[in-house]
Design a protein around this ligand. Structure first.
Ligand SMILES: Nc1ncnc2c1ncn2[C@@H]1O[C@H](COP(=O)(O)OP(=O)(O)O)[C@@H](O)[C@H]1O
Ligand SMILES: N[C@@H](CCC(=O)OP(=O)(O)O)C(=O)O
Length: 373
């Protein structure tokens, strides 16, 4: 099978801290110029490209003369704010050399979790692509705290892939792809050239980050590929240092690890629901409800719920969790927590008599429910 990049029309490319920043010593301008050249060529082939780039914290540290990645969140935020200037300036300069404009897009998890902001981000990105501008996306580190962050740019890249319904998500890093074990630790590890995105065995192979400046490591890349597969995107993990890696992939050459999806893509709305990294509460469901949701794609009725956790409002996203603690689905709940706890365990015909009114017979309607595996 040829590289899936060959036939892809819309692509998200993520470049990690490990390669943007010359092992944490400021930006690698030669590498940036190189990727910009290759992306310009992909665009000349008629492909649309969105770039997710890390490197703000590393560049900020360099500009501030800090040797170690700071541990305080405020110093990290300050470094990111300083470094983001250098990062976008470097991309703008290197793309200008190919007569291509760039746009800075900084996102937080909240931006994509809120339906209206999500749709706004989508329209902006679509408009930029139609104008042949390359959006350069990073997390808006200056305003995020641990509770509301994507955490790493692999996850952000997957969410952007789902947002714009890209065909392929390319993750460029400092290794040649996914190995059977972390090659820094296990010298006998071999490259996995192709696998199914979402294959649970891949998660056992993947370890943590390789450099002090990077965040995710290989595991977040594997999980990001699983996420991107929900909207139908294939993922390629390859070395950003491989000569002309993007051009060769676009010509069909197989480089790195190709993670393929064959499952039917979820609708955009269900992908959006699945991509909520945080939920407002949990509904603990019995085995009957779990089977009805997982096997038959049914709605969740109050009678199948045994307990409620969290304080949520009507319309917020909650997780459906089995009594063994497994999250099997996620959806938009029809009743606020204080009302929901009065009707759980009750038959449908008891809802109105208990609450004095009835909005919906379902706690979560199947159209607003996405199954997770
Ligand atoms: N199974 C594996 N195959 C390849 N790399 C792995 C694996 N497990 C862990 N790693 C580590 O993941 C690192 C890449 O992730 P990371 O350091 O977060 O880079 P980036 O900044 O590009 O996201 C590699 O340098 C490697 O040490
Ligand atoms: N937003 C951070 C990204 C950190 C990050 O996610 O790094 P990585 O997953 O190693 O590419 C920055 O620009 O420094």
């Amino acid at each position: 099978m040829n590289s899936v990049l060959q036939s892809a029309r819309r692509i998200v490319i993520k470049v990690g801290s490990a390669i943007v920043t010359n092992d944490g010593r400021g930006l690698d301008h030669t590498a940036l110029a190189n990727w910009s050249y290759q992306i310009a060529q992909l665009m000349a082939m008629g492909k649309e490209v969105v770039l997710v780039s890390s490197g703000a914290v590393a560049e900020g540290m360099q500009r501030l003369g800090w040797e170690q990645r700071p541990s305080s969140i405020h110093e990290l935020q300050a470094a990111a704010a300083v470094g983001q200037m250098g990062l976008v300036h470097a991309y703008e300069t290197s793309f200008r050399a190919h007569q291509i404009g760039t746009a800075q897009v900084l996102l937080t998890h909240d931006d994509l979790a809120d339906r209206t902001r999500y749709l706004n981000a989508l329209s902006t990105l679509r408009t930029l692509l139609s104008l042949k501008i390359v959006p350069i996306i990073n997390e808006n580190d200056t305003v995020v705290t641990d509770e509301i962050r994507f955490g790493d740019n692999d996850t952000l890249g997957a969410l952007v892939t789902n947002l714009i319904e890209a065909d392929v998500f390319v993750i460029l890093t400092d290794q040649s792809g996914l190995y059977t074990a972390d090659p820094r630790v296990d010298k006998t590890a071999t490259l996995v050239s192709e696998a199914q995105a979402g294959d649970i065995n891949l998660e056992k192979m993947a370890g943590g980050a390789g450099t002090g400046i990077s965040r995710g490591g290989m595991l977040t890349k594997i999980l990001a590929a699983k996420r991107a597969a929900r909207s139908g995107a294939h993922t390629i993990i390859a070395s950003g240092r491989e000569a002309n890696v993007l051009l060769r992939l676009a010509q069909g050459e197989r480089i790195g690890t190709q993670l393929i999806t064959t499952s039917t893509p979820l609708s955009a709305r269900k992908t959006w629901l699945a991509d909520h990294l945080q939920v407002r509460g949990k509904l603990i469901i019995d085995n009957g409800a779990a089977l009805a949701i997982s096997n038959e794609g049914k709605s969740l009725l109050p009678i199948g719920v045994t307990a409620i956790e969290g304080d949520f409002a009507r319309g917020e996203v909650v997780a459906c969790v089995t009594t063994e603690g497994k999250v099997i689905a996620r959806g938009l709940v029809n009743y606020a927590a204080n009302e929901a706890c009065k009707i759980i365990g009750l038959a449908t015909n008891q809802i109105e008599t208990t609450l004095g009114y009835i909005d919906d017979v379902e706690l979560i309607h199947r159209d607003n429910l996405v199954r997770l595996n």
